[in-house]
Design a binder for this molecule. Structure first.
Ligand code: FEO
Length: 164
């Protein structure tokens, strides 16, 4: 059985994962509007990945006999000044997610809820991958500078991302 404190915290994280998914979907739409279909594809796959994160937490609450309470999701930012601006925002989002996951992981230990602590281990590890993949794209865009040709090469590379 989940404590009220843990249940509330995981419900909050479910909302964050859906909010993140929605933000990536808005980023995908923005890239599509700029004819950068590789970036748009990458962001769309990322959107789907975030939905799976929300679903994992959703299932966990139910498996533990808790109650899922879904909250409203705000309107995501839909405009960016450049691909670099959008990807920098994605990295910031992942860094926020990492901080929230770390807090939740810590809360599991603090509350002696070892099942939550253990489940959250997957998310702690996943965040390393999440931050790494977005950081790599950002680093490439920084290297590209004002070269549209290089941005198009990155776009082509991102179009190859498989479904999560
Ligand atoms: Fe659900 Fe991108 O972390």
């Amino acid at each position: 059985m989940l404590s009220n404190k843990i249940e509330k915290a995981i419900n909050k994280q479910i909302n964050h994962e859906f909010t993140t998914a929605y933000t990536y979907l808005a980023m995908s739409a923005w890239f599509a509007s700029k004819n950068l279909s590789g970036f748009a594809h990458w962001m769309h796959v990322q959107h789907q990945e975030e939905l799976t994160h929300a679903a994992k937490l959703f299932d966990f609450v139910i498996d533990r006999g808790g109650r899922v309470e879904l909250e409203a999701i705000g309107k995501p930012k839909g405009d960016y000044s450049s691909p670099k601006d959008a990807v920098a925002a994605a990295l910031k989002l992942e860094q926020t997610t990492t901080a929230l996951i770390n807090n939740l992981y810590g809360l599991g230990a603090e509350e002696k809820d070892y099942a939550t602590h253990s489940r959250l281990q997957w998310f702690v590890d996943e965040q390393v991958e999440e931050e790494k993949s977005v950081s790599e794209i950002l680093a490439k865009l920084e290297m590209a500078g004002a070269s549209n040709g290089t941005v198009l090469m990155i776009d082509h590379h991102l179009s190859k991302r498989g479904k999560s």
